[in-house]
Design a protein around this ligand. Structure first.
Ligand SMILES: [Cu+2]
Length: 271
């Protein structure tokens, strides 16, 4: 086990220095703890927007995924039921959206979305070209015209319990420290009765999804829960926060056929 941990840390430090968009290896997310780096296919992308996208208007987006020589990548793995997962956040991380563009073939993914306010948005596409192990990440900043929303300062939550859609959700960590493998646990109770919710439904093939983003949006983590037979009230994720500082976390779960998203802001201390 010790041997595995060392190898894993070596691997993750390579991963950490290699790119800004840190991904939790799929092997780790699935709790297989593979020590072998699973190959990430190098990609590049082109993002096609209308000339002057505006807030509150339907905005078609095309994302072209290409290989390093500029040729479109043609086939993609279906990961968690989708060929592409697209996350959109406002610069202050107040706005979060997780949507699934449609694959049109020839490397092209299309979706239409509506930005809620004017300002800068970061879009992060998560795809796995056929034959790849872990997903490739492509991101893009986009300015959207229109009246800007009031900027929300990113302040760590004093208390890690939130009520969303009638659910009381608490977040705890084993040893919250940058660069350390840790468990992040969501506990989901009914907000009215305080009874544990034991009938969560799988959402995109997992009991939950968590996205974490550093305050500067440079580090992105998409984490899936450790395998469990339970449908709540506890959902455990394993991850590593690559660097200290403030992160926003969005936990997404499904209950009564409805997906709910619970956001937290945390401050990850250094070692
Ligand atoms: Cu998704």
């Amino acid at each position: 086990m010790k041997y595995f941990a060392v190898i894993f840390l070596l691997f993750s430090s390579v991963l950490l220095s290699a790119c800004n968009s840190i991904k939790v290896p799929k092997s780790m997310a699935d709790h297989k703890m593979s020590a072998i780096p699973t190959n990430v296919v190098p990609t590049q992308s082109a993002w096609i927007f209308p000339d002057h996208p505006k807030a509150k208007e339907k905005t078609p987006i095309s994302i072209l995924i290409k290989d390093k020589s500029g040729q479109p990548i043609k086939s993609f793995e279906t990961v968690h039921e989708k060929k592409m997962h697209l996350f959109i956040v406002s610069k202050d991380l107040a706005y979060f959206s997780h949507i699934h563009p449609k694959y049109k073939g020839n490397g092209q993914f299309d979706i239409t979305t509506t930005f809620p306010a004017g300002g800068d948005y970061k879009l992060i596409a998560d795809v796995t070209p056929k034959g790849g192990g872990d997903s490739s990440i492509e991101s893009h900043w986009q300015y959207v015209g229109g009246e800007a929303a009031k900027e929300v300062p990113l302040v760590p939550d004093q208390e890690l319990t939130k009520v969303v859609d009638g659910k009381k959700v608490s977040l705890t960590f084993t040893e919250l420290t940058a660069g350390k493998t840790l468990h992040m646990t969501f506990t989901i109770n009914d907000a009215k009765t305080n009874q544990p919710i034991k009938n969560l439904q799988p959402y995109l093939g997992a009991m939950g999804h968590t996205v974490a983003m550093s305050a500067d949006t440079e580090n992105y983590l998409h984490i899936h829960p450790m395998t469990t037979a339970e449908n709540g009230p506890i959902v455990i994720f394993m991850t590593i926060f690559p660097k200290p500082g403030i992160y926003k976390i969005w936990g997404q779960f499904k209950h009564n056929d409805k997906v709910f998203t619970v956001p937290f802001v945390i401050d990850v201390p250094k070692k």
